[in-house]
Design a protein around this ligand. Structure first.
Ligand code: PLP
Length: 376
């Protein structure tokens, strides 16, 4: 069976984890944690970055930082993972879902302004498949209406929009290092990216259980104490050690994925030209990271048949999100603003193909043959 996903591994993970074990420093912000954060601050670049136990945790931290309160509204697409919404629902916010653009499956920026009310506090663009949302437009809307922008860049590490790394454009951004993403910190992990400096100090406090422990370690205060609300948003040093082995090979991982992505694209292009399927659009000015290769077909019936066919050929392909507004919790905690023209119908057409670091060429070829066979 060609698996849909394999967690990325470069080979140095074991050595770094052993090194961390021997150092007797296993809790967060040890030498590997600092090395990772410095890498992101230099390479993204970003004012400040903080490793978190997950992207979910980074989004929760962001929701606390922008002071989301009960009754506030947060605008986002419905075609996303539950954490995008939950992070704000946990603070008491009402989620306002806006339709997506069929070409990128990202939030339709032209519909955002109409969804704004006096209660709106933030916009949360999700860069689906590591392909950027129309950030210039979104940032301009946010500025006009005095709103915060929190980028859910869970899938977006190494992607860019007009030369800027995803996650570094909004006031805050979040990456995921879950094992299904391009880079992992040993299965679970995330990063909070702080682009608006006003949040830097408080982010450290919230992440350290509401204490000023980080300042204490830097010798800025002589004892640490409870100063704010907070939680435990530090990953362990073992997770950072795993991640460091991936950051050292960040470009190699990216290129391997892009090679597989381009191979698929090149060989499926003919079916797209014949109008049998549709492929993703990468807008001008955007680079992507080969996070996901998806195709869109006529609908649910064909999707089930294609997934069955691929399975019979030993290939595990999958569909993706059930739109949040159609789920039980989505109805309770949010509302869909305007018409659902594309969110539900496009989500039912989407099939994701196996895509991971080191996916063998033979497997890529087998997969293309299986798809060609289905459409023959
Ligand atoms: C994976 C993902 C998340 C959650 O990431 P975790 O690190 O598993 O918490 C959130 N949003 C999007 C868009 C994702 O793809």
């Amino acid at each position: 069976m060609i698996p849909f996903n394999m967690p990325p591994c470069t080979g140095a993970e074991e050595q770094y984890i052993k090194q961390a074990l021997k150092s007797n420093k296993l809790s967060g912000d040890g030498p590997f944690g600092k090395r990772c954060q410095n890498w992101f601050e230099k390479n993204l670049p970003a004012k400040k970055t903080l490793l978190t136990p997950s992207c979910t945790a980074a989004l929760e931290l962001a929701a606390i930082l922008i002071d989301i309160k009960p009754g506030d509204e947060v605008i986002m697409p419905s075609y996303t993972f539950v954490s995008t919404a939950n992070a704000f629902v946990l603070r008491g916010a009402k989620i306002v879902f806006v339709d997506i653009r069929p070409d990128t499956m990202n939030i339709d920026e032209s519909l955002i302004e109409d969804a704004i009310t006096p209660s709106t506090r933030a916009i949360v663009p999700v860069h689906y498949a590591g392909v950027a949302c129309e950030m210039d437009t979104i940032m301009a809307i946010a500025e006009r209406h005095n709103l915060y922008v929190v980028e859910d860049a869970a899938q977006g590490m190494m992607s860019s929009y007009k030369g800027r790394a995803l996650g570094t454009i909004g006031h805050l951004g979040a990456f995921s290092f879950h094992e299904t993403k391009n880079y992992t910190s040993g299965g679970e992990g995330g990063l909070l990216i702080i682009n608006d400096e006003q949040f830097a100090e408080r982010a450290e406090v919230i992440r350290e259980k509401g204490t000023n422990r980080s300042q204490f370690f830097r010798g800025m205060v002589d004892k640490y104490q409870w100063v704010d609300i907070g939680s435990s948003y530090l990953p362990s040093e073992l997770q950072a050690a795993y991640l460091w082995a991936q950051l050292e090979h960040a470009t190699e991982i990216n290129e391997s994925r892009l090679n597989a992505w381009q191979y698929y694209w090149h060989h499926i292009q003919l079916l797209a030209e014949q109008g049998r399927i549709e492929l993703a659009t990468i807008p001008n000015g955007c680079t992507h990271n080969g996070h996901m290769f998806y195709l869109k077909i006529s609908g649910l019936k064909e999707r089930t048949a294609l997934l069955e066919h691929l399975k019979s050929k030993g290939i595990h392909a999958v569909f993706h999100y059930v739109p949040l507004h159609t789920a039980k919790a989505g109805a309770a905690f949010g509302r869909f603003h305007g018409e659902d023209r594309f969110t539900t119908s496009e989500s039912e057409r989407l099939v994701r193909l196996p895509m991971w670091f080191g996916l063998p060429k033979d497997d890529q070829m087998r997969l293309i043959s299986a798809i060609e066979e289905f459409y023959a």
